[in-house]
Design a protein around this ligand. Structure first.
Ligand SMILES: N[C@H](CCC[C@H](N)C(=O)O)C(=O)O
Length: 259
């Protein structure tokens, strides 16, 4: 499936065994020697009350991510009937808009340096990096710059691994068109530049509001398309609305060798 060109291999292992070795997962993500995707998503039966499906997200480098907004919309569309997703970031309710778009409540962002996490105590609204980005977590760490998109291409790889981010970070680079419309490019942790990043769009709006640059309801346009983001004042939850597209379905040849 794909959400704004951010694409996923989603393996439902509720009824079939699938041993997710690092080698198998990275090969599945490989666009030449495997199927090809930005992230691999594993579905299991939930083990928390109120959840309909357990969802785990893995980058092509094998690292697990606590959140993946575009994949969350895809899983919600795949399961149908607006499921509640159980992720390591918590229970994420989904919904369908009257226009048929998929919405996911991405929960409350973590704003304190320990939970993002950062390597030292500091105010997360302006990090001591060129361009003074702001940082938050949507269940995965994000630093957002607001001085144009091209830094993502030029500096994303180095910034992802800056010593400030003990678990690395997704690097969002935004161009502010107006207080309710930004263009965003994200260098994703463990994946590199992608056409869209759902949690990155959420983080960019949260970070922009905290910097006094954006309104709480904002359109975020990325290379693959646009999301609507609303950081709801009443309860602090971040709602993300956008498309989710089924590309093809197949059977993973169980029992094949990893070679
Ligand atoms: N690379 C991210 C996970 C995927 C996020 C992105 N694809 C999204 O839609 O949120 C991380 O390691 O935190």
């Amino acid at each position: 499936m794909q959400g704004l060109g951010n694409d996923f291999v989603i393996i439902d292992r509720r009824h079939e065994r699938f041993d997710a070795t690092l080698h198998t997962m990275s090969k599945l993500c490989d666009r030449r020697f495997g199927v090809g995707c930005d992230q691999l998503v594993l579905l299991d039966a939930p083990d928390r009350d109120g959840a309909d499906i357990r969802v785990r997200f893995y980058n092509p480098d094998g690292s697990e991510a606590g959140a993946c907004g575009n994949a969350s919309r895809c899983v919600a569309a795949l399961i149908g009937n607006a499921p509640v997703l159980q992720t390591s970031a918590g229970l994420l309710p989904s919904f369908i808009t009257p226009e048929g778009e998929i919405g996911v409540d991405m929960g409350v962002p973590a704003l304190d340096w320990q939970r993002i996490p950062l390597s030292q105590a500091m105010d997360t609204v302006e990090l001591p990096l060129p361009g003074s980005p702001a940082a938050c977590s949507m269940g995965n760490p994000h630093a957002t710059f607001f001085d144009g998109m091209d830094r993502a291409d030029r500096e994303g790889a180095a910034l992802e691994r800056d010593a400030l981010f003990p678990e690395r970070a997704n690097i969002g680079c935004a161009e502010i068109v107006s207080r309710d419309f930004i263009r965003l490019r994200v260098w994703e942790r463990g994946a590199g530049l992608t056409l869209a990043c759902g949690s990155g769009a959420c983080a960019a709006v949260v970070n922009g509001v905290r910097r006094g640059l954006l309104d709480r309801e904002c359109r975020v346009e990325m290379d693959g398309g646009a999301l609507r983001i609303h950081w709801r004042e009443a309860d602090g939850h971040v709602l993300m609305i956008g498309p989710a597209t089924h590309v093809f379905e197949g059977l993973y040849p169980l029992g094949t060798h990893d070679g």
